[in-house]
Design a protein around this ligand. Structure first.
Ligand code: GLV
Ligand code: MG
Length: 273
C-alpha cells in the first residue's frame, strides 16, 4: 500500500469519505485519537463500521490499543466476539514479537487480518528484525512521533535517520512493506512532498496520512513515473540482449542489482516486463 489514511474511531461518519479518498488503505484508530473515556463506545462503533459491506478496492483495518494494556486486550476481544472481517490490524508500541503471537492467536480464523506492527520506541527498534519476520506481518509502520518522544528529540530528519534506515533494512530482510509516519502539518504540501521523496529514497514503500488532502501527493511519490518505467524497461532489454553477461546502457554498467531495481520499479507500477 502506498497510502494509508487514519480516521479517528470516534468519527465513523468520516469512514465513507476516507474510503473514497483515493487512499490504498483506511485505518480506524482506537489508540491515540480516542480519549480514555471514549474507548468503549469507539470500540463498538468500529466493530459496526467493519460490519458494513464495502468495496474491496480500498483495504480497511483498525489500530488497536497496545497489547500490553487492558484497552488493547478489550479491542482484541471485541473483534473476536463480532462477526466482522478487517483486512489488517495495526499494533502500536510493538516491542517484542510475542505481542504479535498474542494478536495472531486472538485473531485466528479463516479471514485472519494481516498484522501491521508500529515501531515507535527504542525497544521496538532493537527487535525490529524479529517483529518484521513474525507470522502474518504484512508491513511495518514507523511511528516517528512516539519514537522521537522516546528519544527526547524533535521529528527532524537527522534524529530519526538511523531508525528509518534500520527499519528499511528490517522490512527488506523480512520481505514486508514499510510505511512512514504521517506528515503532521496537513497544509504543508511542499514539506509533505519533500519528506516523502526522502522516505522513498531510503527504502520506504508507502506513507501514512492524517488528512485526505495528503493522499494524492503520497500516492504520486510512491508511483513510478513514466520516465522511471521507461528506464527500467530499457535496463531489462539491454540485459536480455547481453544474454546474461554484463551490459552497458548509456555508458553505465548494468549488473544484477540494477536488474533487481528495474524489476522492483515495474512491480511497484503494477507492471510486468
Ligand atoms: C504514530 O503512532 C506515531 O507515534 O508517530
Ligand atoms: Mg504513536
Amino acid at each position: 500500500m502506498r497510502s494509508l489514511l487514519f480516521v479517528p474511531g470516534t468519527r465513523p461518519d468520516r469512514i465513507t469519505k476516507a474510503l473514497a479518498s483515493g487512499a490504498d488503505a483506511v485505518c480506524i484508530d482506537l489508540e491515540d485519537a480516542v480519549a480514555p473515556d471514549d474507548k468503549a463506545p469507539a470500540r463498538e462503533m468500529v466493530m459496526q463500521a467493519l460490519a458494513q459491506p464495502r468495496e474491496p478496492a480500498t483495504r480497511l483495518g483498525f489500530r488497536i490499543n497496545p497489547v500490553r494494556t487492558a484497552n488493547g486486550l478489550a479491542d482484541l476481544a471485541a473483534y473476536g466476539e463480532s462477526n466482522v472481517a478487517a483486512d489488517f490490524v495495526m499494533i502500536p508500541k510493538a516491542a517484542h514479537p510475542v505481542e504479535l503471537e498474542i494478536v495472531a492467536g486472538a485473531l485466528e480464523g479463516p479471514d485472519r487480518p494481516h498484522l501491521w506492527p508500529i515501531i515507535e520506541s527504542a525497544k521496538g527498534l532493537s527487535r525490529a528484525y524479529a517483529i518484521a519476520a513474525a507470522p502474518y506481518v504484512q508491513g511495518l509502520l514507523f511511528g516517528g512521533a512516539d519514537f522521537a518522544a522516546d528519544l527526547g528529540t524533535g521529528m527532524e530528519w537527522e534524529p530519526l535517520f538511523h531508525a528509518r534506515g534500520s527499519l528499511a533494512a528490517a522490512a527488506a530482510a523480512a520481505g514486508v512493506e514499510l510505511l512512514d509516519v504521517p506528515h503532521l502539518d496537513v497544509n504543508d504540501d511542499e514539506g509533505l512532498a519533500a519528506s516523502t521523496r526522502r522516505a522513498r529514497a531510503i527504502g520506504f514503500t508507502g506513507r501514512a496520512c492524517i488528512h485526505p488532502r495528503q493522499i494524492a501527493g503520497v500516492n504520486a511519490a510512491f508511483t513510478p513515473s513514466e520516465a522511471e518505467i521507461e528506464q527500467a524497461r530499457q535496463v531489462l532489454a539491454a540485459f536480455r540482449q547481453s544474454q546474461g553477461g554484463a551490459a552497458l546502457l548509456d555508458g553505465k554498467l548494468i549488473e544484477l542489482p540494477v536488474i533487481r531495481a528495474a524489476e522492483r520499479t515495474l512491480a511497484a507500477a503494477g507492471l510486468k516486463e
